[in-house]
Design a protein around this ligand. Structure first.
Ligand SMILES: [Zn+2]
Length: 126
């Protein structure tokens, strides 16, 4: 994994996750970017990533790459934050049968024996 990913994950783990907001058109994106994907402006400012977002899609994974063998099935969720930032990660403390589109989930990270930490989400505990 490239260094930017390590930084991105470390910031989330520390509760200081960030995303990029375009000063020119308002488009949101995730690091690493030097220019806005929508308008090409280089005026990107870092904003704090909220610690919770809303599930917009999810899928249960039962066949995977070798790195995740022995962990299937697991669920990958796509989560939308304020300003239309979308991030995907593995669902924890729940399965695909427990969640629905529109559910609120909490952003987190999970350390791995090998390689960089994972982005994870878990249901909000009411
Ligand atoms: Zn832009």
């Amino acid at each position: 994994m490239p260094a930017w990913y390590d930084t991105f994950i470390e910031e989330i783990a520390a509760g200081e996750g960030q995303y990029l907001a375009c000063e020119a058109c308002g488009e949101s994106s995730l690091p690493p970017r030097r220019v806005c994907p929508a308008c090409g402006s280089a005026e990107l400012s870092r904003r704090p990533l909220p610690d919770r977002g809303t599930v917009v899609a999810f899928t249960e994974i039962s066949v995977t790459i070798p790195k995740f063998h022995g962990e299937t099935p697991y669920t990958v969720v796509m989560v939308e934050f304020d300003d239309d930032v979308v991030l995907s990660g593995q669902l924890r403390e729940a399965t695909a049968g427990d969640i629905a589109i529109g559910d609120e989930v909490v952003l987190g990270t999970e350390a791995r024996d090998e390689g960089p930490d994972l982005v994870t989400f878990r249901p909000v505990q009411e």
